[in-house]
Design a protein around this ligand. Sequence first.
Ligand SMILES: N[C@@H](CCC(=O)N[C@@H](CS)C(=O)NCC(=O)O)C(=O)O
Length: 269
Amino acid sequence: MPVFELYHGEISTCSQKVRITLAEKGQAWTSHHLDLRKAEQHRPEYLKLNANGVVPTLMVDGVPIIESSVIIQYLDELIPEPPLRPSDPLGLANMRLWMKRLDEEIHPLTGVLSSSIAFRFEDGHEEQIKTMINPAKRARKMESFLKGVESDLFRKALAGYDKLLGDMEKVIAADGYLAGGVYSLADISYIAYAARLHHLGLQGLFEDRPGLTKWYATIAARPAVKAAIDDFAPDHSLELMSSHGADSWPRIKAILGELRSEGSVAMAS
Ligand SMILES: N[C@@H](CCC(=O)N[C@@H](CS)C(=O)NCC(=O)O)C(=O)O
């Protein structure tokens, strides 16, 4: 087996996906932790490994692999047991579709929710923006830091998540898992983001979604998931997210109510 080294962030959702997969596959790895608040991911020596200036990067015998979804598929192909994918082509296609949606749509929304609710109150957040490589991401961060849950961006992120959770509920209530009726890389990917919602005090989004609620409880309790998420989350980050989450929940709940009634009006017309 190759030697694995992981450049990662302790509460980064993309890093959590890779740590879960490594744990599910029973692999040991060497940790290179980057402090994202100190913009360590933007340092020139790290940019040589990952030109996007983001975590995670998995080093395999000294060769970097970037992009969390690519990394976890690589690991599942390299180490076939236990399999973390459906065996039928349709299930596999659905697994990839969920992962694509996460990368393209949901990941940016998650940054908006987290920054608007909690990270805007953290020391040193300005430092991280200055050196950010991706201009669109920098603009989103700036707006979230300045306007918090009152920004238009936040409304859109909340609406996007509410739609996502509704879509997840339909599939999970019928099949138990996101793709092919088995625990897969799709569930591993989404559990990291579902945990973020819980950390931010957004459990209310799971109300009236019993399939999703059960799915979350079952998967979050897996030893590999606990080891990859809970064991790395520092108390001060959890406290930052839960305290600001609790403060803003009444306002968020009101915005959610508005969004849902706008949505149902749009559907009826
Ligand atoms: N598509 C990339 C996204 C990576 C990403 O955005 N990582 C975040 C943490 S989850 C990061 O490093 N943020 C710090 C920054 O953008 O400066 C992946 O899945 O690996």
